[in-house]
Design a protein around this ligand. Structure first.
Ligand code: SF4
Ligand code: SF4
Length: 326
């Protein structure tokens, strides 16, 4: 496996280094995956890396898995990111991708452009096979690697370490098929879930008891911009760092696995509304039903839930049944 970094922050590698049970090196060893080069994990000198890339490009050594972290910067003929020999990183990525059995985009930048492509995108940052949610990108929308699969988009900003390692495990076992990827190329083992699933604020969501600021206990959808009901990921089922998620930390889900998350058109911590109701409702729920149900829920909210929603800890405990009171 060779891992390249281009237009990104390196955060997906930092996240991968948080893999536990086992750690990343043991996990790769168990899968029989050798790291030919990784900018953080390898000790090779520049000369050694150049020689290694040459071996891959000439076919002397196989490219089983090519991972890219960060976007491909195509602006100014790739001159924003050049290798020491003057070649653009964009052309190196393309050459290696055409030789690889599997091409893996690690993180939303590599998959869709991500944060690097947000705003005016002066560097021409794109994903490997997508530009935002549109097929295209550096390799073109019809790209397939030698295994017959398109780019595997482990989106997330950053990605969860398990999403990367579980994908590698499927590849190493020759078990990853087209059916295991969703229409945006994301592995379905995590992308068929919603962040809303398993969120510890679900009781507040049920009663539309809302937080008014980050860090409060209530549901963050109504005022604080949470997109967990639309975000494809299993963050609240598969904890991060062994314990938690953005939501358990009191922050709203910003839908970082989605192609266009970095340009939402509003502040991340704000909920855009029309006639008092959030614009971004759950994708599979009719709006009229949501409005009716949320109005009913609000009128039935227990005082305990209402009181706790705007606090940073439990201030009203659940009441005991009359028979248990002394
Ligand atoms: S996806 Fe996010 S964490 Fe990963 S490289 Fe891009 S900006 Fe950094
Ligand atoms: S905070 Fe977000 S993810 Fe959690 S229950 Fe509310 S809408 Fe769902």
């Amino acid at each position: 496996m060779i891992w390249l970094q281009s237009g990104g922050c390196g955060g997906c590698t930092l996240s991968l280094l948080n893999a536990e049970q086992p750690n990343v090196l043991l996990a790769l060893e168990d899968m029989d995956i050798d790291i030919v080069w990784h900018p953080t994990l390898s000790e090779a000198s520049l000369d050694e890396v150049s020689a290694c890339l040459e071996q891959l490009l000439t076919g002397e050594a196989p490219v089983d898995i090519l991972c890219l972290e960060g976007s491909v910067m195509t602006g100014a003929a790739g001159s924003y990111h050049r290798l020491p020999n003057g070649q653009s990183m964009a052309s190196m990525i393309t050459q290696l991708a055409n030789l690889a059995d599997y091409v893996v985009a690690v993180g939303t930048c590599a998959a869709y452009g991500g944060i690097t492509a947000s705003g005016d995108n002066l560097t021409g940052a794109v994903g490997l096979m997508f530009e935002g949610s549109q097929l295209g990108g550096a390799l073109g929308g019809a790209f397939v690697s030698k295994s017959g699969l398109p780019v595997i988009n482990i989106s997330g900003c950053p990605t969860h370490p398990d999403w990367v390692l579980d994908t590698f495990a499927l590849i190493a076992a020759n078990k990853l098929t087209h059916q295991d990827l969703d229409p945006l190329g994301r592995p379905r083992f995590y992308a068929d879930r919603l962040v809303h699933h398993g969120c510890d604020k679900n009781e507040f969501y049920e009663f539309k008891a809302s937080a008014e600021a980050p860090g409060q206990m209530g549901c963050l959808m109504e005022f604080v911009g949470c997109k967990g009901t639309q975000a494809h990921a299993d963050c609240n089922i598969r904890p991060w760092n062994g314990n938690g998620s953005c939501l358990t930390g009191g922050y709203p889900c910003i839908n970082c696995t989605s192609p266009d998350f970095a340009d939402p058109g509003h502040a991340f911590f704000e909920t855009p509304k029309v006639a008092g109701f959030p614009v971004g409702l759950p994708t599979d729920m009719p709006k009229a039903w949501f409005v009716a149900l949320s109005t009913l829920s609000k009128s039935a909210t227990p005082n305990r839930v209402k009181a706790n929603a705007t606090k940073d800890r439990i201030t009203v405990a659940p009441s005991l049944p009359e028979s248990k009171k002394k």
